[in-house]
Design a protein. Structure first.
Lengths: 191, 411
């Protein structure tokens, strides 16, 4: 908990963030961020969620990203921990008609990141806040954090980062709440 | 481990009365894969486990480990009739129980205050119910000092305050479940489906309290469709509710003061917040009226009586607004109520990183993102607590306003 991960540790993505980059056909930006990091990069349930959307451009782009590699599969002994995390992440106002796997991808991803001392990437506000409390802020990221990192590493300019974020929003997808409605290039420069 | 999980899946499937093929079809799973999982010859994936749990109407956690409380819900459902799991109320109880287990396992248990209960084990059922009702009335004095529509809310609050037992009041229209009591002292909780009018809801609340106080622990959870006296346990809970809600001394004093006339029964129905049927049965059980008198009163036109009293309520000892309240109460339902103790534990769990904001927001009926922003604005624990309290108070204030509007309805 709270131990910074490094290039030797994996970085795991939940489905929302993968689809953010998939919808603008920019999976290569994720690839740059996980370069030299070991697998896994996603989990079995996240892959199943994306597979369920096959035919949609964002899901197709994610599935075509070979660098995501083999998904992390939770062993039977670890299922208790995963389902405990799922309860912790679950909105109690759900009803019986909900998908029984709802929030399971997030829970699996968080469990894998915690167990493997890796990073957790999500654009869901509740999951992001929860992960920061458990893993620490230096192991919890969202799309804007990844873009800021890319700018800091010189992989893109802050103007390009702003364009990517705007493109995600213009495609109808949502960045994590808490970011301003209007983004400036300066917002992507590391403070 | 795989074989343990498989065995539990099979056991819960049998409790649900399902054949393996039926379950596989219900959750769109290959029957051979399910069979292998049940026999421990294949590991279950997390998404598969979620579907199996959903198909069996059981917590996935109960399939993974021996979770006493979570294992009792499916057993209670079988006893009450499997269709009871078809409604939203059962799902709500399942979710709250799961939340409790996660909080308790993380070091945030419940702390019910029921040690002072008299020991009624081995007593004849009516004696046990009578003694426990006297104890409850002594502990929950508000039950005696409030009347009419106010009694339900005051009693629910007093139960939480005095006994540290959670009370959930929520409306589930058309749901087979009218009330429930988690009598397992690890997480005592009373549930009232407020789809029904206040008199019935009040009796349900007292009935469920009876289940907890009378220590129906062997059953762990009582799921009630109707409050029929079909078993000794249900008879005890009904007797407890009747004796607790309708104090014999008050009845005798009221009869003595106003006389043995129908307006006096109107007075008692208002005073106790119960239906005419309930007070008539109580009078009969106290041998104050005989069976013939009971049957006559049961067919009496009470709405006509109320209409007469509306213009001149003197003979009933009530005021015009009180009679007005009685005339319209069959259309009024109790407001919803959050399980306050669980909300407090969930808030603490949120602050300690045990829970995300989502379960807390779900309990409070708020948008998770809005709540997160609101709580993030204040770092201090006490300030956050105050923010949540403010939210609750607002809810109560809104309720009071609507009650005042009802009280002001012209007679």
């Amino acid at each position: 908990m709270g131990i910074p991960s490094g290039p030797g540790q994996p970085r795991l993505f939940d489905g929302v963030t993968l689809r953010h980059f998939g919808i603008i056909d920019a999976m290569s930006l994720i690839e740059v961020g996980v370069d030299r990091r070991p697998e896994p990069r996603w989990t079995d349930t996240v892959k199943s969620e994306v597979l369920a959307g096959i035919g949609l451009p964002d899901c197709d782009a994610v599935l075509a990203a070979g660098f995501l590699g083999q998904p992390y599969e939770v062993g039977t002994d670890d299922l208790i921990e995963v389902f405990t995390l799922r309860t912790a992440l679950r909105d109690l106002s759900h009803d019986a008609s909900d998908d029984p796997s709802r929030d399971l991808g997030e829970a699996e991803t968080l469990f894998a990141a915690d167990t493997l001392n890796g990073d957790f990437v999500t654009d869901d506000s509740a999951a992001y806040d929860f992960a920061r409390r458990r893993l620490g802020s230096n192991r919890t990221f969202d799309t804007v954090d990844l873009l800021r990192e890319a700018v800091a590493h010189g992989d893109m300019t802050s103007y390009e980062a702003k364009q990517v974020a705007d493109a995600i929003r213009n495609s109808g997808r949502h960045l994590r709440r808490g970011h301003p409605a209007t983004l400036t290039s300066a917002y992507f420069e590391t403070e | 481990m795989d074989s343990d999980v498989g065995s539990r899946i099979r056991a819960f499937r049998e409790v649900a009365g399902l054949r393996a093929q039926e379950l596989a079809a219900r959750i769109d799973m290959d029957p051979t894969a399910l069979s292998k999982i049940e026999n421990g010859r294949r590991a279950v994936k997390s998404a598969e486990l979620a579907r199996i749990a959903d198909g069996l109407k059981v917590s996935a956690l109960a399939l993974l480990e021996d979770a006493p409380l979570l294992s009792k819900l499916p057993l209670a459902a079988r006893r009450a009739g499997q269709s009871i799991t078809s409604g939203g109320a059962y799902d709500r109880l399942l979710s709250l129980s799961e939340l409790h287990v996660v909080l308790a396992d993380a070091g945030l248990p419940t702390s019910p205050s029921l040690a002072a209960r008299p020991d009624v084990s081995g007593r004849e059922w009516l004696d046990a119910a009578t003694e426990m009702a006297a104890f409850a009335r002594d502990q929950l004095s508000v039950a005696s000092t409030t009347s009419g529509d106010q009694r339900f809310g005051a009693l629910a609050e007093a139960i939480e305050d005095r006994f540290r037992v959670d009370v959930l009041v929520q409306q589930f229209d058309g749901d087979p479940l009218s009330g429930a009591a988690v009598t397992d002292l690890a997480f005592p909780l009373l549930f009232v489906n407020s789809a029904f009018a206040r008199p019935r809801s009040l009796f349900t609340l007292a009935h469920e309290l009876g289940h907890v106080l009378l220590g129906h622990v062997d059953d762990g959870i009582a799921l009630d469709r109707e409050l029929a006296s079909s078993t000794v346990i249900e008879r005890m809970a009904n007797a407890f509710a009747a004796i607790f809600l309708m104090d014999e001394t008050v009845i005798l004093e009221t009869l003595d003061h106003y006389g043995r006339r129908t307006p006096t029964i109107v007075n008692l129905a208002h005073r106790f917040g119960v239906s005419f049927e309930t007070i008539i049965y109580r009078l009969h059980n106290l041998h104050l009226i005989d069976a013939a008198g009971r049957d006559t009163l049961m067919t009496f036109n009470w709405q006509q009586q109320l209409a007469r009293l509306a213009s001149d309520p003197t003979s009933s000892g009530l005021t015009k607004p009180q009679v007005g309240q009685l005339q319209t109460r069959s259309t009024r339902k109790p407001g919803s109520r959050l399980p306050g103790l669980l909300v407090g534990r969930a808030h603490e769990g949120f602050l300690k990183g045990i829970l995300s904001v989502r379960p807390l927001a779900g309990l409070l009926g708020e948008d998770p993102q809005e709540l997160l922003i609101r709580l993030s604005e204040v770092e201090d624990f006490d300030e956050q607590r105050a923010q949540l309290d403010d939210a609750d108070l607002k809810r109560e204030a809104e309720q009071e306003t609507s009650e005042e509007a009802f009280a002001g309805t012209p007679v």
